[in-house]
Design a protein around this ligand. Structure first.
Ligand code: KIV
Length: 277
């Protein structure tokens, strides 16, 4: 059996300059496929709201939604380290509520770590979680839970002042105890500086090639949502098109009486058939 990856393995990978791979998953079969592909980390992201639940933003996602999907993912992941997102406003109200939310993702969901969005203002929150034995991943740059405050999904850290703030935030979160840091939509040069300044690994999404690892939303990588293609996404498949084609073939064959064929059909022994009036 493959040995499950730990936070220590990831720190070692950064030290040894081995790129870390991470993808999102929200259900059991996807987690199985991501795990089989040898991806190191699975993020049960609150992008769940956008790509699975049909919301415009991640704001409506609840802790119950996250626990439900995290449970499914952890049943499918054998080697990859599963990180679950703490959704909007579940780590701001009080220390107690933060610990309860994170505790649910670990205890009920089976996650090995939680992720939260923000900078040095979360240092105490991170310390409280780490003190309770909960490994934490930070998330800085474009933080989708603050989309309404940021005025949209924009590249962050483009001025020297903004870049400096992100660098200081990263150092403060590392000091507070995070074991990895997601950097979303920031200039590659800044991501490089942050990566060099930290001992912990950085995982980039729209943050260029100098991070310790990369993460993508699996629906983007597989082309499941054909409408959405930001600059930082590379599509490795066109599943939306492939799936619609398959469904049209099914519809066609049913309408033409070609499916089900004899090979998909059960039959009854003749002598039994004769007994039916
Ligand atoms: O929710 C998510 O999928 C994320 C990634 C974009 C990093 O946070």
């Amino acid at each position: 059996m493959t040995k499950p990856l730990t936070t220590f393995d990831l720190l070692k990978m950064k030290k040894e300059n081995k790129p870390i791979t991470m993808l999102t998953a929200y259900d059991y079969p996807t987690a199985q496929m991501v795990d089989s592909a040898g991806i190191d980390m699975i993020l049960v992201g609150d992008s769940l709201g956008n790509v699975v639940l049909g919301y415009d933003t991640t704001v409506p996602v609840t802790i119950d939604d996250m626990v439900h999907h995290t449970k499914a993912v952890t049943r499918g992941a054998k080697r990859a380290l599963v990180v679950a997102d703490l959704p909007f406003l579940t780590y701001h109200l009080s220390r107690e509520e933060t610990l309860r939310s994170a505790g649910r993702l670990m205890q009920e969901g089976g996650a090995k770590a939680v992720k939260l969005e923000g900078g040095q203002e979360l240092a105490e929150t991170v310390e409280a979680l780490v003190t309770a034995g909960i490994p934490v991943v930070g998330h800085m740059g474009l933080t989708p839970q603050s989309v309404h405050q940021m005025g949209g999904y924009r590249v962050q850290g483009k001025t020297a002042a903004a870049a400096h703030k992100l660098l200081e935030d990263a150092k403060a979160l590392e000091k507070a105890g995070i074991f990895a840091l997601v950097l979303e939509c920031i200039p590659a040069e800044l991501a490089k500086r942050i990566t060099e300044a930290l001992d912990i690994p950085t995982i980039g999404i729209g943050a260029g090639p100098h991070c310790s690892g990369q993460v993508l939303v699996i629906h983007d990588l597989l082309g499941i949502n054909s409408q959405f293609k930001p600059k930082f996404v590379k599509r490795y498949a066109n599943l939306h098109e492939d799936i619609v084609k398959a469904l049209e073939s099914y519809r066609d064959e049913v309408e033409k009486g070609l499916f089900p064929g004899p090979e998909h059909t059960f039959s009854m022994p003749d002598e039994e058939l004769k007994k039916i009036y």
